[in-house]
Design a protein around this ligand. Structure first.
Ligand SMILES: Cc1cc2nc3c(=O)[nH]c(=O)nc-3n(C[C@H](O)[C@H](O)[C@H](O)COP(=O)(O)OP(=O)(O)OC[C@H]3O[C@@H](n4cnc5c(N)ncnc54)[C@H](O)[C@@H]3O)c2cc1C
Length: 557
């Protein structure tokens, strides 16, 4: 048993009945639902690579780096010592180390470099693992991964930038991109007067030499949120004569000058503190038009579609982390002489958290397969992805803060203390729901998908039906859901959250019934579909196979 020893003081007590830290384990191999999903969804060929990321993310070193990067958030440096503007975010070395490793493992690029079946599943699983060391680095990683399809709208810009963006070398220098071994990309849409409503953007783009796709413009205006401002290039929206348009804005101009922008402030954020999110002003900054003038929203949506996939991954990752920590703690901590994980009420809480986590993981990975298939040209997959992404972005991200709060509580008072890592998890948890289109926006997007594309709704119900054929509770639920859509057209917008929540539950149930653990699927259907459940986690029916569910989700250190 460990003892407290202070130099020069006597021991006052023995330290016992405290859990050990959950470190030095492979976060991939310890995650059975994720391993099964990787194999099932077509990425078994990548298991070696994912497992390497899993080992890295679970190592004591990476866990410490993640904590350090959060305790030492980036600082804004506007000028150098001589008064020249530099407009840099200065990051802690821990941030650079983790981001560098993520780049080396090609989490920002692998599906575009090696676009074989399962490539987005493989990358998604590795992204989920790495985010368990630190979620903040996921922001530039995700944006760089996502920028490629939007950039390809303008082939000559893609030809110039893609090799840099796909490079597996991390080069953190603030230098012109052609001089660097690798580059990262961000995006700037949100302005003070409107984030969701990007059509309200007031940043103006003036053509330098006639304009047109691929041509140079000058941007004047601002962005209220622009994360990862150390990136080498950004896709930004601005008003051109033809309407809202998408531009590639590099930090440095092609003639090697600092581009004409100013970082005004870094946001003082609830969580995601290792990452910088800036306010920026453009002062006749050079930028190049991507796509047609006026086509800014459909062009940048190519990027947003992929960052939204990562939001689903991020929500599922947070839940997995919470479950791993909660089971680990409850298995080592005794209360009233009995290990917590053997106490009936705690078993109900843990199992309920596991059920939610498995549903999130399975659905995130199924969604990633839809990306793989859609990009390969499969129409059915494209239709499913169109609607399922918004459904799952809404629901998985919406569940994350409640899940994190309950996981934290499993550690008791220790969970409320920074050293446990749980406050960090909790603070991070609302973010995936906010950015890339907040909760309501996702629900309205589902309605839009239903109205615009009947095929999307059909693809969605076809996926649900595959599970419903063998599960009467899902069959009944899906039938009732169909009747609800659109139902009273007058009230459909008011009902959107209810409808989308039910769609998410039907989809998750269908996947669990087919691919999940039997006990998990049964608990999910009994609680989430049939209403044998309360308002909080820990209210599964007593007949649930708690042991089996908890054991399946245990992360052996
Ligand atoms: C940490 C962080 C980093 C960010 N990084 C970036 C970045 O790098 N680049 C970037 O461009 N943006 C970034 N954002 C901005 C983010 O994408 C926006 O904050 C988000 O899209 C919401 O926009 P908004 O803040 O303008 O809120 P609003 O658009 O004003 O929305 C406020 C609320 O209203 C709801 N709402 C909106 N429309 C409707 C409607 N029609 N019906 C019902 N409800 C509605 C929304 O769901 C939301 O809950 C970042 C945000 C955060 C917190």
């Amino acid at each position: 048993m460990a003892t407290v020893q202070r130099p020069g003081s006597r021991e006052t007590h023995e330290v016992f009945n405290q859990a050990s830290p959950l470190v030095d384990y492979n976060v991939y191999e310890a995650d059975r639902p994720l391993v099964e999903a990787v194999r099932r969804e077509g990425a078994d060929w990548a298991e070696g690579r994912i497992s390497a990321v899993g080992a890295l993310a679970g190592s004591e070193r990476a866990q410490k780096l993640g904590a350090l990067a959060n305790e030492n958030p980036p600082k804004l440096r506007t000028h150098d010592r001589y008064g020249h503007r530099v407009d840099e975010a200065e990051f802690h070395p821990a941030w650079h180390e983790l981001l560098g490793e993520a780049v080396e493992h090609e989490l920002h690029s692998s599906p575009w470099k090696d676009p074989r079946p399962g490539a987005h599943v493989a990358r998604g699983a590795a992204f989920m693992c790495m985010s368990q060391a630190e979620a903040g680095i996921g922001c530039p990683i995700s944006m760089t991964y996502s920028v490629i399809p939007a950039l390809r709208t303008q082939p000559e810009l893609a030809a110039e930038w893609e090799p840099r963006l796909l490079s597996a070398e991390y080069d953190p220098r603030n230098a012109p991109a052609p001089q660097k071994a690798g580059a990262l990309a961000g995006m700037g849409m949100t302005e003070k007067q409107g984030g969701t409503d990007v059509r309200a953007n007031t940043t103006v783009a003036r053509p330098v030499n006639g304009g047109g796709p691929g041509a140079e413009y000058e941007l004047s205006g601002h962005k209220w949120f622009m994360s990862a401002p150390m990136c080498d290039a950004f896709l930004v929206l601005a008003q051109a004569d033809g309407g809202i348009s998408c531009f590639l804005f590099p930090r440095w101009t092609p003639d090697g000058e600092r581009n004409r922008f100013r970082l005004q402030r870094l946001k003082d954020k609830l969580g995601n503190r290792s990452n910088a999110s800036s306010e920026i002003e453009f002062d006749s900054a050079s930028a190049w038009l991507v796509g047609e003038e006026g086509a800014g929203v459909p062009t940048i949506i190519e990027m947003v579609n992929h960052t939204r996939l990562d939001c689903v991954m991020g929500g599922a990752t947070g839940m997995r982390q919470g479950v791993a920590q909660a089971i680990h703690h409850a298995s080592q901590r005794s209360v009233f002489g009995r290990v917590l994980s053997e106490q009936p009420l705690m078993r109900n809480v843990l199992a309920d958290l596991c059920v939610e986590s498995e549903a999130a993981t399975i659905s995130a990975m199924r969604l990633a397969r839809a990306y793989d298939e859609a990009i390969a040209g499969d129409e059915e997959a494209r239709n499913l992805k169109r609607i399922a992404n918004a459904v799952l972005k809404y629901w998985v991200c919406k569940r994350a803060p409640m899940h994190a709060g309950e996981s934290l509580e499993c550690l008791g008072g220790n969970g409320y203390v920074e050293e446990s890592g749980m406050p960090r998890l909790f603070r991070e948890s609302p973010l995936n729901s906010i950015w890339e289109g907040s909760g309501n926006v996702q629900c309205l997007d589902v309605l839009r998908a239903m109205i615009k594309s009947h095929a999307s709704l059909e693809a969605f119900f076809a996926e649900v039906q595959e599970g419903a054929v063998s599960e009467p509770r899902l069959d009944a639920y899906a039938t009732a859901l169909r009747d609800e859509i659109p139902g009273d057209v007058e009230t459909i917008e008011t009902r959107a959250r209810r409808v989308v929540e039910r769609m998410a539950l039907a989809l998750q149930a269908s996947l669990l019934v087919r691919y999940g653990d039997e006990a998990v699927a049964d608990a999910f259907c009994a609680s989430r579909l049939s209403g044998d459940w309360g308002q909080a986690f820990g209210t599964l029916p007593p007949r649930t196979d708690f042991s089996r569910i908890i054991d399946r989700h245990r992360a052996a250190a």
